[in-house]
Design a protein. Sequence first.
Length: 164
Amino acid sequence: MAATPSPRAYSKVQIGLHWLIALLIGLNYIFSESIEEAFRAVMSGAPVPEGAPGLHAPIGIAVLVLTLIRLVVRRVQGVPPPLVSDKPLMDKLGQWAHSALYGLAILVPLLGMMAWGGGIGIAGGAHGLAVNLLVAIAFVHAAAAIFHQYVLRDGMLNRITRGN
């Protein structure tokens, strides 16, 4: 099997998937209160408030599917090599954060499906914790990208905004 190419920047498909997934996660996070109320109603046997779940579940499924597609595209098209700094701990944290973001973008929707579709209450609690962890890591990820762009001035952010 041929080695995966190592481009200078992410492809337009990878960039589109990155920003679309980020947008969908952000939307679901911002508008998640109604789904929590609906889930509590389902778990207690009360009627679900009309219109409460809205698009939360379909958006979560879209995040899962798009993340899986992004991983396939990543495997096929390759990714730019990580920028190596003189701070190995910072480099390792960046690699760990990327892995955590991918893992959580898969785990969070699966936990949501287990909670909502499977009626597994503990999955609902785990879903909420995992969502908060995902958003926290995404926030640090965004802050690190801005730091690279405007403090280190190493052009890292250009790889996910301009593409090749």
